[in-house]
Design a protein around this ligand. Structure first.
Ligand code: SIN
Length: 540
């Protein structure tokens, strides 16, 4: 296919309708740009609406005594286990208060504290109550509602049910549009001098995840094929507590927000013994990687372990149904009454700490290609994201990316869309999704070793064939294949345990060899390989 069936133009194409994408689109529109948002599903079906906990932010005049933006920065660096980019952390966290104020101006309503101001909760790794929330535990849904409502005045058109297949590039490699497929597999070209990837994460690499079905790593794959690089992809965060609904749960599992522990719930095993006692000074509110790994160890053989789940005892939270309506409804649907019995929980894939290397203004190394939100690796998260820093990142970097696009357009450094090259559907390696998810869950989740990672590679070799990407399903499967390959390459190389990357054969953190990020690029045959490059990092 060299002639797409249709073509449309804009100044900026935004892929994804999550917090980062919609924030960027609205800001770009304010700056006078013609924006088109593209999503492979309906506009409300992104990942953002599933976020529960909230937005971590230290608001002026509304914070715990002694809490500061600097303390939030410190907590982020500690959680990130030595791989954050300190400058990026400082810039993004400092941008939080203004970003939350803008979001409220756009109509988002956060929960109020009885004493005035916004209610604040606490989550793992935070040294203070600084997570603002909406609808009790429905923060993502409220953020998405407000942004979609703001966009729906007609000035930010959303092209639904169109999957972005590949970047269109000039002969010099600058991005100047997107090749897309509609729901019937009909190809088209969207031309624009700037493309912002805000397409979310890759939880569907695993059998059980808190992420919806759309989280298949499409943006990461597209960026790599466009010549961008990725980093920190071995660090996939597992949320310690999704609702356990029975052996062999598949797909999106209901999240049990960490804020439940922030408000007093504790992890126990089948005998009632505390899982986190003696594991970390913060016990149940230790950073997420620590809690998820401790639960995994406990399930694997600790006293009272039940093989595939533990329990979250929230019976001490008196107004559970009001404070956590989403979790409460999910529990009731599973036959569990959280006010009278402990909630069965297990870890599940939750968040990609790494992604497309980009700066805090969303710029990648490829002219015309920007990234924001979970698809991006700005250096905020390092080896383990601090809870509720991701909505914050989407708000701050989404805004900054739109401003960067406007500035780059004004400077004339972006390609003219008319300079586009011949466009054809790409051919890429595609593995069988079910086999991929099974081996990734078995050998590349929490607790990896060289042998298991090699098994993943062999299974991918056996189940992969080259396919022309002429349907959404194939685009997604090709993306999962690239993401899995990138992850196992980086995970096999990193012979240490740090943050979300737990190696059973290298159990210690090794700052001498490994206090550095690993960069991935595609080789000429389309395989992810480690690049001889470094990315910025800080210390903790
Ligand atoms: C949660 O509510 O526990 C998840 C929030 C987050 O991932 O930051």
């Amino acid at each position: 296919m060299s002639t797409p069936l249709w073509e449309a133009r804009a100044d900026l194409l935004v892929v994804g309708t999550g917090v980062a994408g919609l924030t960027a689109a609205l800001r770009a529109r304010e700056l006078g740009l013609r924006v088109l948002v593209v999503t492979k599903v309906a506009e409300e079906d992104g990942n953002t609406r599933w976020a529960q906990g909230g937005v971590a932010v230290v608001l002026p005049g509304e914070h715990d005594e002694g809490d500061t933006v600097d303390a939030h920065v410190r907590d982020t660096l500690v959680a990130g286990a030595g791989l954050c980019d300190e400058a990026a952390v400082a810039a993004i966290i400092a941008g939080g208060p203004a970003a939350v104020a803008r979001l409220r101006e756009r109509g988002a309503v956060f929960d109020a504290a009885p004493t005035g101001g916004l209610a604040r909760t606490r989550e793992g790794g935070h040294s203070a109550f600084r997570v603002v929330h909406a609808g009790g535990d429905a923060t993502g849904a409220e953020v998405e509602r407000a942004l979609l409502a703001a966009a729906s005045d007609g000035r930010v058109p959303v092209l639904e049910n169109h999957v972005a297949v590949d970047a269109v590039r000039t002969p010099l490699g600058q991005v100047c549009g997107l090749l897309v497929l509609d729901g019937n597999g009909v190809p088209g070209v969207l031309s624009a001098p700037a493309v912002l990837l805000a397409s979310g994460g890759l939880g569907q690499l695993y059998q059980a995840t808190s992420n919806p079905e759309v989280a298949t790593g499409d943006g990461l794959a597209l960026a790599l094929r466009a010549g961008a690089v990725a980093a920190d992809v071995e660090f996939v965060q597992f949320h310690p507590t999704v609702l356990y609904t029975g052996r062999g749960a598949r797909g999106r599992c209901p999240l049990v927000t960490e804020a439940v522990r922030g408000e007093g719930a504790v992890l126990v095993d089948a005998t009632g013994a505390r899982v986190m006692r003696g594991v970390h000074p913060l016990e149940d509110l230790a950073p997420r990687d620590v809690v998820a790994a401790a639960i995994t160890r406990h399930m694997a053989g600790g006293p009272g372990g039940v093989d595939d789940h533990v329990f979250l005892d929230a019976t001490g939270i008196s107004d559970f149904a009001r404070r956590f309506p989403t979790v409460h409804a999910a529990c009731l649907a599973a036959g569990v009454d959280p006010s009278g019995e402990p909630i069965p929980v297990a870890p599940a894939a939750h968040f990609a700490c790494g992604g497309v290397v980009s700066d805090v203004d969303g710029r990648t190394g490829v002219t015309g290609l920007y990234a924001a939100g979970e698809v991006a690796r700005t250096g905020l998260h390092g080896a383990n994201r601090l809870a509720s820093n991701s909505l914050l990142e989407g708000l701050v970097v989404g805004t900054r990316a739109a401003e960067a696009v406007a500035a780059d357009l004004a400077l004339g450094v972006l390609a003219k869309p008319s300079a586009s090259a011949v466009v054809r559907l790409p051919t890429a390696p595609v593995a069988d999704r079910d086999s991929l998810q099974r081996v990734m869950s078995r050998y590349a989740a929490i607790g990896r070793d060289a042998e298991g990672l090699a098994v993943v590679g062999s299974v991918l070799d056996l189940s992969t064939v080259d396919r022309e990407l002429d349907s959404r399903r194939l685009v997604e499967d090709a993306a999962l294949t690239v993401a899995a390959r990138a992850l196992i390459a980086a995970a096999a190389q990193r012979e240490e345990s740090r943050g979300c990357h737990v190696r059973t054969d290298f159990a210690e953190r090794d700052d001498v060899r490994w206090q550095r990020g690993q960069v991935i690029r595609l080789n000429p045959s389309g395989q992810p390989v480690l690049a001889d490059q470094v990315v910025a990092r800080g210390v903790a």
